[in-house]
Ligand binder design. Structure first.
Ligand code: HEM
Length: 137
């Protein structure tokens, strides 16, 4: 079986401490969402949205997905995206590319970048339009 952050979260244990704590995580996410919001391919999703609130929601999600907290206390991603235009494969992939760039710029080593990206990739079926349908044989 694949899918869901449960299987992806274990390698990410300790990641928040390694990057310097929750405040550093928030600064990385602020840079990430500033980049997303001005990106030619995915920026339109964020037009008129409250980036501070999105960063807070994303941080809450990641603290859970990285195994830092037991309870998810923010809106789950599937619910958070319900009223957005359809997120297509290319949008999802573009977000991963930008995230990898931001994580490199933030000085994360290869293992921590991979652990973080693995959690994000595991969310494709919850977030990408049509990706939750039955698997093709
Ligand atoms: C791994 C994939 C993703 C995860 C885990 C994720 C997670 C989240 C979370 C937790 C929120 C809620 C923030 C809140 O509570 O306000 C959110 C909001 C949002 N996400 Fe994502 N997201 C993902 C992919 C994407 C992609 C690919 C896009 C578009 C290219 C996108 C666009 C947005 C937008 C525009 C909002 C704000 C919705 C609103 O203002 O109500 N997300 N996301």
């Amino acid at each position: 079986m694949s899918g869901g952050p449960e299987e992806g979260r274990r390698p990410a244990r300790g990641l928040v401490a390694r990057i310097g704590g929750g405040e550093q995580l928030r600064e990385i996410l602020e840079r990430f969402y500033a980049r997303l919001a001005t990106d030619p391919m995915v920026g339109f999703f964020f037009a008129g949205r409250d980036l501070t609130a999105i960063v807070a929601g994303q941080q809450g999600f990641l603290l859970w997905a990285f195994g830092e907290v037991e309870e998810l206390t923010v809106r789950p991603p599937r619910e958070a995206h319900r009223d957005l235009p359809p997120i297509l494969r290319g949008h999802f992939d573009r977000r991963l590319v930008i995230l990898d760039e931001v994580l490199r710029e933030s000085g994360l080593d290869a293992a921590d970048r991979e652990a973080w990206l693995r959690v994000e990739r595991s969310m494709r079926r919850a977030v990408q339009a049509g990706a939750a349908g039955p698997r093709q044989p």
